[in-house]
Design a protein around this ligand. Sequence first.
Ligand code: SF4
Length: 470
Amino acid sequence: MIPLIPSVEFDAALVRKLNQMGPRYTSYPTADRFSGDFGTEQYRTAVTRLDGLGERAPFSLYVHIPFCESLCYYCGCNKIITQDKTKSAEYLSYLSREMRLQAALLGERRKVDQLHFGGGTPTYLSDAQMDGLLGQLRAYFDFAPDEEGEFSIEVDPRTVTPQRIARLRRQGFNRISLGIQDFDPAVQKAVNRIQSYAQTMEVLKAARTSGFRSISVDLIYGLPLQSAESFGPTLDKVVAARPDRIAVYNYAHMPQLFKAQRLIKADELPDPEAKLAMLGLCIERLTAAGYVYIGMDHFALPEDDLARSQREGKLQRNFQGYSTHADAPMVALGVSAISAVGNSYSQNEKVLSAYYERLDAGQLPIARGITLNDDDVLRRTVIGRLMCDFDLAYKDLALPPGVAPEDYFAEDLARLAPLEEEGLLSRDGGGIKVKMRGRLMIRNICMAFDNYLNAPKQEGPQPARYSRTI
Ligand code: SF4
């Protein structure tokens, strides 16, 4: 019998009532606040300021591989659909230039204890291309030993064999994330992602036998033709496979923002009540199977590093979701990739031709970003601790001398009052504690502290930038 650890409370009426559009807070300020006024010079300044951390302070590296062989209609990622493999060779030559420029700026060798390959589809690269890319990264950066570092890769099970998985492990990756979404063939057809259960299980088993330390799978609810009845068997199959982590994302249909989603038939989408039923089912099945709710779509086994980090108050949040190492500066390579260095965020050019042009000119391809002011830094800590720990201790905040937290955050705390009345959280002179009942609505709580979101609005209709909880 698995000892169940209470980690979240699902109240359909509460979710229905508080369901609203809001950021997912993979950063604060959120990426839509980045500005074109931020460029290479500002990034250089942020890197220079890191010197106070010591020349060998560990870094996180993110590498974006944008290519995919076919289009999944729900996709909101920055990707390029192509079967022309010469494109990846050209891209790798530009990645190499970017790596060289970054390494020169960072100092020749920097310790890296976290590496993440995302996309797109990182396994779009051939074995030989991956060998070459990793070899270059190792030449420029000093990677932590396997037992200390987290080296992860997103894998589309349709693109790999068990032999490829074993090779990825030998190439140095020790964590793997597999995209599943839904095993129902009708749903797979509706989103143009045909991926058999057998194929996925073969890849998952190969990851286990190859010695990956952590296996994560991604599911999505809210896709066309899904219902709680149809999604149940997918959840059962996933739970039976016992991955260490399960992410269950809410599909946000935003065809005005994501062109691929215009291929989804809107009349086949489940209504909000059906989505609510699916969310309830996910929470019920996964927690009954012994998974702990980490926050914002993520579940993990209690012995997994994510759950352990959360218990120890060390969990962090970054552009890849939750992480155990994300307090390290994040240097991101590749088209559209976002770095988080010191008090700055910076995003590379989003369009491939612009990314290439900048590198052809010998420049870092930074297109936009933001330098955080003192208030941003403070609020980043508040939102980060609430998202990761469900708990904020005022003593951990570097407030201006002589200013009490209740005074500094007077307006924010007033915005929290209705949520406190709903029983989502409790407050006292020491800080804020999110209750089990409030965990699912954590972004509503964080939104109270978002200075940009709460600034007076311009006249006229506001763009729909954010997804809803449901
Ligand atoms: S969902 Fe993943 S595999 Fe599908 S098109 Fe988007 S990035 Fe590519």
